[in-house]
Write a new protein. Sequence first.
Length: 185
Amino acid sequence: MLTSLSRPVLTTLVAVALAVGACGSTDPTSSSGVRARSATGLPATDLPAAEPPVDLAIVDADRLDPDLLAAVQAAARDARADGITVQVTSGWRSREHQQRLYDEAVTRYGSEEEARRYVATPDASAHVTGDAVDIGPTDAADWMGRHGSAHGLCQTFANEMWHFELATTPGGECPEQLPDGSSRP
Ligand SMILES: [Zn+2]
């Protein structure tokens, strides 16, 4: 009676042991196979993630001085690290666009002399030559005024906290600000 009962039990135990053994020998093989594929498919060490470029979406960026553009992009990356989003609200302008802005200023301020304190003529504007950018919003302009010189960017006019030009060497000292646009020699 006992032997007839234990025989199927032993058979079951052997079957289970074989199944476990089969699984046990299969898993390490397949997982080591995965590791081997990973090791050959990926670089041995992960490269640090490249600093993603800041998309400034500058209109007519190719008409800006390339050095100015590079400086603004580098500064925008620094600003982003400080939690500040830099926008270029105005970069290169055509002579026609600048003339329109100037004419509007003459109307608003009542005289060419007064208008030139705020808007340059096409002949005088650094925007027309691609050598100036206007930075916004206010917190970004403020940031640029304090940190832009690390990339050579300087606020040009005391009455325009948003207007920046490449005016010093990276890390250099910015020239003294002119009171306004009409005081530019
Ligand atoms: Zn400007």
